[in-house]
Design a protein around this ligand. Structure first.
Ligand code: ADP
Ligand code: MG
Length: 391
C-alpha cells in the first residue's frame, strides 16, 4: 500500500466518526502529509458549532483539533458578537459560511495567543487553516482530556482557591488582553492537574490529619494542585465592543452561580464587576491583585471594616449579605454604558459626582469617573458635542 493510501486512511478515521466535508478532509490530509499530525483519533467533543478531535504528532505529542462546522444555520446567532466589532465589519459575509467559520477559527487562534502572552492558562494555539484550529491538548499523558469544570471531581475545599484564580484570570484577560470572554461558564473551563513524574503513594490523609471527603477518580493521588484553563474564545470580544459589559456581566453571573452553589462565599455580582473592570484597585500599597481580592472577599463576607465611613457601616453582618443580593438584583437590570459617549444623562451624573454621591454611579470606575470634576466637565463637553460616532 502506498504512503498516500495510508495517509488517506488516517484522515478517514476522523471522517467516519463525524462526517466532515471534503474540503476539511483535504486540510487534515495535508497536515498529515506535512508531518504536523501523525494521526487524527476520536472525537473529544461534538458540539453545535464545532467538533474537537484528539490527534498525535509524529513525535507522539498530543494535540487537540477544533473543526468548525460550516453549515450555515448554526452561525446565524453569532451575529451579535460580530456586529459592532470594527475588525470584522469588512470582509464579514453572512452569506458565505466558509468565510464566516474561517474568521471564527482565526479569531480563536488570535485570542488564544493573546491569553498565552498574558500568561493566562489556556491551550497553546499551533496553527489555523480555514475552519481547522490545531492547539495543544489539555489532558493526561494517555490522551484523556481534562474534565470541564462542570464535570470535574474537585474536593469542596478547593473551590474557593479556584474561584479566586478564575476572577484574577478574568481581570487579567480584561486589562492585559483587552478581551471579554463572552461565553464563560463551567462548560468552557477545563480543570487540569499537571501530572507528576512520580506518583504519590497511599496519600489518604492531608497535613491536618483529615481524610479528604472526596477522593479524585484517579488511582494515584496527585500532590499537585489543579488549575483552571480557559477555552472556547472564538466569540470573545474586545473590551470596547458595544456589548462588552453585558457579556462580562453574564460571564460573572455564571461564575457566581457556579461557585456559590459549591459553597464558595463569592464577591457578589456588582463587586466582582468592579473588581474586574477597575483600572486600579484600591487597597494597601504593595498588595498585589490577589491580596486585594482576598481583602474584598473578606469584606463581602463580614461587611467592611469598622473605621470606614462606607454606607454599610451601621448594618450588621446578616444585613450586609442581603444587601449584597439586593445590589446585585439592581445591577443585573442596570444599563452600563461602555464609554462616556453612551452615558445617558451626563449632566445628572456630574451633578451627582459634585454632590459627592458618586457611589451611586454603577459605572464610575469603569470609565474613569474617579477623576477631578474639572476633567469631568471637559468630558461632558465632549459628550454634548454633536459629533461623536466616528472620531
Ligand atoms: P464548542 O464550541 O463546541 O463549545 P469548545 O472549544 O468549548 O467548543 O470545545 C468543546 C469541548 O472539547 C470542550 O468542552 C472540551 O471538553 C474539549 N476541548 C476543547 N479544546 C480542548 C483542548 N485544547 N484540550 C482538551 N480538550 C479540549
Ligand atoms: Mg464550549
Amino acid at each position: 500500500p502506498s504512503a498516500t493510501a495510508n495517509m488517506k486512511d488516517k484522515s478517514d478515521r476522523a471522517t467516519t466518526e463525524q462526517v466532515l466535508d471534503p474540503r476539511t478532509r483535504i486540510i487534515l490530509f495535508k497536515m498529515i502529509g506535512r508531518g504536523l499530525l501523525h494521526e487524527v483519533n476520536g472525537c473529544v467533543s461534538t458540539g453545535k458549532e464545532a467538533n474537537v478531535y484528539h490527534a498525535v504528532t509524529p513525535e507522539h505529542k498530543h494535540l487537540a483539533i477544533k473543526i468548525y462546522k460550516t453549515s450555515i444555520l448554526v452561525f446565524k446567532d453569532r451575529d451579535r458578537y460580530v456586529s459592532g466589532e470594527y475588525r470584522f465589519r469588512r470582509g464579514y459575509s453572512r452569506h458565505n459560511p466558509r468565510k464566516m467559520v474561517r474568521l471564527w477559527a482565526e479569531k480563536e487562534m488570535r485570542n488564544l495567543k493573546r491569553l498565552r502572552i498574558a500568561g493566562i492558562r489556556c491551550p497553546e494555539p499551533v496553527e489555523v487553516r480555514e475552519n481547522v484550529l490545531v492547539m495543544s491538548f489539555i489532558g493526561d499523558k494517555d490522551g484523556w482530556a481534562s474534565p470541564r469544570l462542570k464535570d470535574a471531581n474537585i474536593p469542596e475545599s478547593e473551590y474557593p482557591r479556584l474561584y479566586s484564580e478564575l476572577l484574577l484570570m478574568v481581570r487579567k484577560m480584561y486589562h492585559e488582553c483587552k478581551l471579554v470572554h463572552a461565553d464563560l461558564s463551567e462548560y468552557n473551563i477545563l480543570h487540569h492537574i499537571e501530572e507528576e513524574d512520580v506518583p504519590v503513594e497511599g496519600q489518604t490523609v492531608d497535613e491536618e490529619g483529615v481524610v479528604p471527603s472526596t477522593v479524585s477518580d484517579s488511582t494515584t493521588t496527585s500532590q499537585k494542585q489543579g488549575h483552571l484553563y480557559i477555552i472556547d474564545v472564538s466569540q470573545s470580544v474586545e473590551h470596547d465592543h458595544p456589548h462588552a459589559f453585558d457579556f462580562l456581566r453574564s460571564d460573572l453571573h455564571n461564575i457566581e452561580d457556579f461557585f456559590s452553589k459549591r459553597g464558595v462565599s463569592c464577591l457578589g455580582l456588582r463587586r466582582s464587576f468592579e473588581f474586574i473592570t477597575s483600572q486600579t484597585l484600591e487597597g494597601n500599597e504593595g498588595d498585589d491583585d490577589e491580596a486585594k481580592l482576598r481583602k474584598r472577599l473578606e469584606e463581602a463576607e463580614t461587611g467592611p471594616e469598622g473605621d470606614s465611613n462606607d454606607v454599610d457601616v451601621n448594618e450588621d453582618v446578616s444585613n450586609s449579605k442581603s444587601k449584597n443580593e439586593h445590589e446585585d438584583e439592581i445591577f443585573m437590570k442596570s444599563y452600563i454604558p461602555r464609554t462616556l459617549n453612551e452615558v445617558y444623562d451626563p449632566e445628572r451624573d456630574v451633578g451627582a459626582l459634585t454632590r459627592g454621591e458618586g457611589e451611586k454611579l454603577i459605572y464610575k470606575d469603569t470609565i474613569g469617573l474617579v477623576q477631578p470634576i474639572e476633567k469631568m466637565n471637559n468630558l461632558v463637553e465632549r459628550v454634548k458635542g454633536v459629533h461623536f460616532g466616528d472620531e
